[in-house]
Design a binder for this molecule. Structure first.
Ligand code: G3H
Ligand code: 13P
Ligand code: ZN
Length: 330
């Protein structure tokens, strides 16, 4: 099956009352680890590339790695999604490359640092929606800002989403999915103590607009055991906490349908590589330690597919093409 539009995948998740993980990728081993987990658990999956990933892979590599994932897994619905697009131009590039979904993060200006006004956010998001829907491509918007900074991306300040504004935003922009800020943040250093997230924001939006899938960024759980492996084999990560799995499950119950995970995959790979090289100081074949990293991604993602409730849903529906989506949007 070809890459599928995200709108259909998330609408199906609403019907089936489960969450779909969106996993950040930058290389073949991550994609293979994620796809093995999806195939074994029969899970639909979103693979997403940030602007940093597109730069690192020189664009075309991501396109063809995703094509390889599709060829290798013909019965698993896969979305290729742009994570944190910063402008209409970036979204256009991704659409041209064959992405079936884009995020326009209009909560920040094009510099990906300065928070925008509601009006500015609506304007750029509406432009992207009008453009993307012509191609049948789905659009995720964001209202409110997360804490944490990844590679210079993010304002570093938390501004929780106002539910009333979120409802207005969805109506004014026509987005297919909306990322809410409920207190999570990007990266490994999210919290010092167990966090309290503002879960009521989710309910308030769902009550007013039940059919729109909601998205939670900054959803890595930063498992202690991954930090411990890294530090045991020479790493120096500080004590930190992520989003506990019970909180993610609770958020899914309330209406979150897309769960963004990058950091946990990074930690899993780093730990596996450090461990392998630490235990095998004579190793120099990259396939050995990249293979260990791929296995670690597989294990981590497989657990999430089970916990998010995605497992077992790959065959629930016949995936739509972008051509079919185009007709729906008209
Ligand atoms: O939300 C940000 C993601 O974790 C992507 O991070 O820009 O370093 O690829 P990146
Ligand atoms: P984490 O840093 O928690 O993995 O969040 C990733 C993310 O939100 C990507 O958009
Ligand atoms: Zn994010």
């Amino acid at each position: 099956m070809p890459l599928v539009p995200m709108k259909q995948m998330l609408d199906e998740a609403i019907k089936g009352d489960y969450g779909v993980g969106a996993y950040n990728v930058n290389n073949m081993e991550q994609i293979q680890g994620i796809m093995r987990a999806a195939s074994e658990t029969r899970s639909p999956v979103i693979i997403q590339a940030s602007r940093g990933a597109l730069k690192y892979t020189n664009m075309a590599y991501i396109k063809y790695l995703a094509a390889a994932a599709v060829e290798d897994n013909p019965d698993i619905p896969i979305v290729l999604h742009l994570d944190h697009g910063n402008s209409l131009e970036t979204c256009k590039e991704a659409i041209e490359l064959g992405f079936t979904s884009v995020m326009i993060d209009g909560s920040l200006r094009e510099d990906s640092k300065t928070p925008t006004t509601f009006k500015e956010n609506v304007k750029v998001t509406r432009e992207v929606v009008d453009y993307a829907h012509e191609f049948g491509v789905s659009v995720e918007g964001e209202l409110g800002t997360l804490g944490g900074i990844e590679d210079g991306v993010g304002s570093g300040k938390v501004m929780l989403t106002d539910p009333e504004e979120a409802v207005k935003f969805i109506k004014l922009t026509g987005v297919d999915a909306l990322a809410l800020a409920i207190g999570t943040s990007h990266g490994a250093y999210k919290f010092k103590v167990k966090p309290t997230l503002d879960m009521d924001i989710i309910n308030k939006v769902v009550e007013k607009i039940p059919g729109v899938p909601l998205v939670m960024h900054g959803s890595s759980s930063v498992p202690q055991e991954l930090i411990e492996v890294i530090n045991k084999y020479g790493g120096r990560l500080e004590k930190t906490m992520g989003v506990p799995m019970e909180s993610i499950k609770e958020a899914i119950k309330r209406g979150i349908r897309k769960i963004n995970v990058d950091t946990d995959g990074r930690l899993a790979m780093t730990g596996a590589i450090r461990k392998y090289l630490g235990e095998n100081p004579d190793a120099f074949d990259p396939r050995t330690y990249f293979g260990a990293a791929r296995e670690a991604v597989y294990q981590t993602v497989k657990g999430k597919m089970i916990d998010f409730g995605t497992a077992g849903h790959a065959g629930d529906y016949k995936p739509m093409t972008l051509e079919e989506m185009k007709r729906i949007y008209k």
